[in-house]
Design a protein around this ligand. Structure first.
Ligand code: UD1
Ligand code: CA
Length: 457
């Protein structure tokens, strides 16, 4: 959008969060609140934007990275003062700036675009985004004149009894003509209940100068500000439902949305079914026709098509077409589970590649290994990858068969078609096609029990 800019206020401490973490870095559906606001701004296509940082500025800046421009408010003297601190950013610009609060993560790109359009088409000096709410406690109130036009915003702490009855609140989001805003900022004072420079007072200043000021009313949920952990939960709930609703409309079946948690940005393909108690986090991508859950957690993983993950945890791994994982499996970071692989109950895979069609059906640990295709792991196989100081690699070819209760002591290699007898502790490589037996032979001592006099009548 031409001549449209953004400014995000994120310098406040957020005392009511009772947290060491700066408020805007608290997460809503997997992303910091500030990320949601920035994504909405970028989604609306602003030409440029800046974030005002202050409290724990270094931490917030480090989180934002070098690509996001910031201005610095050394002392938190109010929202108006925060905007003054970005004068350098605004000064040489013509057009409109939208000001957003970093602690209001539910705003959407669509709303931002609509407000810009509304503001510019009406030729307003300022447009305040407002909403009606049954519980306006704590918010600035929109005071209108006898014609219904907005006259000023009064902060809750400064409001009279009558003003506190007003149910229309200031969302803390505004569009301003940049020149008019810069001029009005020069006239701001901190003569109020909190001794702060209120950005909200700019409205009355512009009004008194005879400029046109408008209001854009929208749904309260989009403006919900987060000041406490309870409100953080509420914002999460709103965002969570939005995400689930969108997935369902895109063809994903979600059996029980009330127990399903999916982060913003997770991609899920058509005809995948999500069972209750499932959490899908981070940069996860899930294909079509999968069955995920119940009771599964998937973090930063790529799950291809037709995969089943039941009561399992999958972290930073890739699971390929038609593989079955679980119940009760643990796939740890850096693993790749091949096509049609079966990872069964009580199996842990760590930083290993498992080739297509291999079966690891029960009670097995595989760590730091490269396993070929169509192998079979018997129940209770352990890849012994750690000697107390170092970790070692294990390599297994295609079509290997590993008997039950086997230790594979790394570093070790098994060739293609190698067989390992049950109960073996393998410390040396097994050549292609060989059978390895690494346990003592069975001896039966006939009549031993009678001779010992056990079970004597
Ligand atoms: C503000 C509005 C209020 C509105 C409400 C909506 C003012 C004076 N009041 O109140 O009318 O109903 O938002 O949620 O603007 N910030 C700074 N520097 C400061 C102070 C604040 O950057 O010196 C930032 C905060 O980090 C936050 C945002 O501005 O992201 C809003 O500040 P906050 O103190 O939460 O304002 P409210 O009291 O909620
Ligand atoms: Ca607030």
């Amino acid at each position: 959008m031409e001549n449209c800019y953004g400014l995000v206020l994120a310098a406040g401490e957020g005392k009511r969060m009772k947290s060491k973490l700066p408020k805007v870095l608290h997460k809503v559906c997997g992303k910091a609140m500030i990320d949601h606001v920035i994504n909405a701004l970028m989604g609306a296509g602003v030409e440029d934007f800046q974030v005002v940082v202050g409290h724990k500025a270094d931490e917030v800046k480090a989180y934002l990275g070098d690509n996001i421009k910031t201005s610095y408010q050394s002392e938190q003297l109010g929202t108006g003062h925060a905007v003054m601190c970005s004068r350098d950013f605004l000064r040489n610009k013509e057009g409109t700036v939208i000001i957003l609060a970093g602690d209001a993560p539910l705003i959407t790109a669509e709303t931002i675009s609509k407000v810009f359009e509304y503001h510019n088409s009406k030729g307003y000096s300022a447009t305040v985004l407002t909403a009606d709410t049954e519980n306006p406690e704590g918010f600035g109130r929109i005071v209108r004149d006898e014609h219904g036009d907005i006259r000023k915003i009064v902060e809750h702490k400064d409001a009279s009894h009558e003003e506190r009855l007003i149910k229309e609140i200031n969302s803390g989001t505004y569009c301003f003509n940049i020149n008019d805003l810069l001029n009005a900022l020069n006239k701001l004072t901190n003569n109020n209940a909190q001794g702060e420079y209120y950005l909200t007072d700019v409205i009355e200043i512009l009004k008194n100068e005879g400029r046109k000021v408008g209001a854009y009313k929208s749904s309260f949920t989009e403006f919900m500000g987060v000041n406490t952990r309870a409100q953080l939960y509420e914002a999460n709930e709103v965002m969570r439902k939005r995400i689930l609703m969108k997935l369902m409309l895109d063809g994903v079946t979600i059996i029980d949305p009330s127990s399903t948690y999916i982060d913003d940005g997770v991609v899920i393909g058509m005809d995948t079914i999500i069972y209750p108690g499932t959490i899908i986090e981070g940069k996860s991508v899930i294909g079509e026709d999968c069955v995920i859950g119940p009771n599964s957690r998937i973090v930063d993983s790529e799950i291809q098509n037709g995969v089943e993950v039941q009561s399992s945890v999958v972290l930073e791994s890739k699971i390929m077409d038609k593989a079955k994982v679980g119940p009760f499996a643990y796939i740890r970071p850096g693993s790749q589970i091949g096509k049609k692989v079966k990872i069964g109950d009580f199996v842990e895979i760590k930083k290993s590649v498992i080739g297509d069609g291999t079966k690891v059906s029960h009670l097995t640990y595989i760590g730091d290994a490269e396993v070929g295709s169509d192998c079979n792991f018997g129940c209770g196989t352990v890849v012994v990858n750690y000697d107390g100081t170092r970790k070692y690699k294990t390599k297994i070819g295609n079509h290997a068969f590993i008997g039950c209760n086997t230790n594979l002591v790394a570093p070790v290699e098994l060739g293609d078609n190698a067989y390992v007898a049950a109960g073996s502790t393998i410390t040396e490589d097994v050549p292609e096609g060989a059978l390895a037996v690494a346990r003592s032979r069975q001896v039966n001592k006939e009549g031993w029990v009678d001779k010992k006099g056990i079970w004597k009548k």
